[in-house]
Design a protein around this ligand. Structure first.
Ligand code: CP
Ligand code: NVA
Length: 304
């Protein structure tokens, strides 16, 4: 397989295991300059939420592939004035070669994809963040030389990042444990999908005890306690999530070689201490860099 031409990526589980492994290999080759295809195509970025890494890494990836990017800020397009998504999708479809969308509901993303013939990429919804997880798995594989036999432990909110980690790890046979407060556990249908993807060959565990989850893990991963769109809940969430901080005590329970991951932006002193984020086991800057390589591989594959 050398292309995913014309495909959508609405969920990390839209990839087969072979396709995900292919993307990680291609990203690694692109990182060392082995593959540099010319791709004079245009990607639209339709973002309803703020973004630094996703926006810039998609833009730079397109430039490095010889393509262009158009920023479709909802405030400066008719999207912000309520033009129906199916109409926007059918028009943009005729101008663009692909579109990356950051929005709230997966339903809106799916609706756009239903009406657009071009590839539609999930650049984060409330449900999933698949592009992030491609970079995370690349970082994990770089750190250990393989994904085989590894256990990734996610501590915190059962959010979009947790969902895509559950699915992405299960897809590639990485053991995944998610520890969240009971009322903030990942969605049951995502957990069931992850269990189905793992085929019983790797661990998919959801629990509430962060210490039990961290024990012996090869990677500790966390994300903010209140995601974009949940700002009003941030204060109420603080005391509930306090026991779910990644700090030196929790890291000491993990495998001695364990790496620390965070999709960023981070809130030091909340979901992670400054010491751990900036410490020797942190790989967060490599992880952020890998967004570029993973998305370049994805774009090159989707655009053919
Ligand atoms: N990790 C991530 O998606 O970052 P941005 O919100 O800055 O794009
Ligand atoms: N869960 C976070 C991820 C940010 C990259 C959010 O959705 O805001």
């Amino acid at each position: 397989m050398d292309t995913l031409r014309g495909r959508d990526l609405l969920s990390i589980a839209d990839l087969s295991r072979a396709e995900a492994e292919y993307l990680l290999d291609l990203a690694a080759q692109m990182k060392i300059g082995k593959v540099a295809p010319r791709c004079p195509k245009v990607l639209g970025l339709l973002f309803h939420k703020a973004s630094t890494r996703t926006r810039v890494s998609f833009t730079v990836a397109m430039y490095q592939l010889g393509g262009q990017v158009i920023d479709l800020n909802p405030q400066s397009t008719q999207v912000g004035r309520g033009e129906p998504l199916p109409d926007t999708a059918r028009v943009l479809d005729r101008y663009l070669d692909a579109v990356a969308i950051r929005t709230y509901g997966q339903v809106e993303l799916q609706l756009f994809a239903d009406y657009a013939r071009i590839p539609v990429i999930n650049a984060l919804t409330d449900r999933e963040h698949p592009c992030q997880i491609l970079a995370d798995l690349l970082t994990l594989r770089e750190s250990f030389g393989t994904l085989a036999g590894l256990t990734l432990c996610y501590i915190g909110d059962g959010n979009n990042v947790a969902h895509s980690l559950l699915l992405g790890c299960a897809l590639l046979g990485v053991n995944i444990r998610v520890a969240s407060p009971p009322q903030f556990a990942p969605l049951p249908d995502i957990v069931a999908q992850a269990q189905a993807l793992s085929g019983g060959k790797s661990e998919v565990t959801v629990l509430t005890d962060p210490q039990a989850a961290a024990k012996g893990a090869h990677a500790l991963y966390t994300d903010v306690w209140a995601s974009m769109g949940q700002e009003a809940e941030a204060g109420d969430r603080q005391p509930i999530f306090r026991p779910y901080q990644i700090n030196d005590q929790l890291l000491a329970l993990a495998d001695p070689r364990a790496i620390v991951l965070h999709c960023l932006p981070a809130h030091r002193g909340e979901e992670i201490t400054a010491g751990v984020l900036e410490g020797p086991q942190s790989r967060v800057w490599e992880q952020a860099e890998n967004r570029l390589h993973a998305q370049k591989a994805l774009l090159a594959s989707l655009l053919g």
